[in-house]
Design a protein around this ligand. Sequence first.
Ligand SMILES: [Zn+2]
Length: 420
Amino acid sequence: MELMFLGGCQTVGGSGLLISNGETNILVDYGVYMGKKDDPIPELPPEDVDAVFLTHVHLDHAGGAPALYAGSYPDGPPVYVTPPTQSLLPLLIDDMLKIKKLPFGKKEENRMLRKAQIMNYGDTVKINGIIVEIVNSGHVPGAYSTIIKADGKCVFYTSDFNTSQTRLVKSANFNGLKPDVVVMESTYALKEHPERSQTEREFVNAVLNVVEGGGVVLIPAFAVARSQEILCVLEKYNVECSITLDGMARDASRLLLQHPDYLKDYEALLRALSKCRWVRGFHDRVEAASRPGVIISTAGMLKGGPTIHYMRMLAKDSENAIFLVSFQIPGTPGRMLLDTGYFPLYGKPERVNAQIKFFNFSSHADRKMLHSLVESVSKRSTTFFTVHGEKDACRTLAEEIEENYGNQAINPNVGETYTL
Ligand SMILES: [Zn+2]
């Protein structure tokens, strides 16, 4: 069996792994690069692809897949997804096509969607001689890790995973797995998350403080998963105030409700959503910004979307607050706000008087969880590949695996091939 790393090497973005047994080629993930990079997607695989597996809906894992259905790939391979990924993918890809220049468009996206094959957690599919099983990765609804078997070898590709409890999805459990090769994410190889229940309590107290003082809390959040996670936290702690939901998070919420099996507590999400005010037009926005309460809106890093309108209405008043609930990539307006207290309200950065806070609601494994995974799945001969992390994170994790556990660990470069 051969592994070829197409992307997601020493960076977050453009994830792609080609697995081949000489006759059959399967591609696991095919994402876009998120930042300013010349090539928006990894170079296309040199071989024909017999099947594509998209581990979850995030665009750094799935956003490049329509490229496989362009030009010389008019028919294209089947694409294996879970029901939530199938529902949410068009929403996120359509949104990306509006803002990013890519070597494909709506036509290729539709061709890909027509090739969707549904899998559920625990399902196995055989692509000629390669057997692929998917299991819950605990990252976002519908996200999976893959167990790939061929030539008597077993490869475990974690993709983005989380073994700690969140409100929205059940956590991953990889007990009993003893693969020959592990390809693992390294996003937080250098960081430890605070305890989730402590973050929740701090967050809820901070929200209540602002609202009881007559202010508005703006929570910029990703449309899929983070918005709903925050809603479930507010619901869990019985936060009784006006809660407004705006932007793509509304559509994503509606779609997620169609997949109760993929939610940890469908009833809780339903209750939370039924208490929300759903913004329909600009008038609703003005109204939401003028009464004490919480506004959850896209974009998560304040790069466009209705958050900009809310920033203009709320940022200058010190009674209000902006609570960031996801990692802010350097170079984004959200990161500028967090680091400097300035925000480009009308093009040029202006001082923000509202309270600014960051709460860690990460849906990725942290350093401790990554090390526990290594400990639990490794046998003496297991080889690890560290991907999906910044350069330092991928390198350090590989070094620590070799030092602490004595296993071979490799931090691969784009385009490298390894034979098992
Ligand atoms: Zn992800």
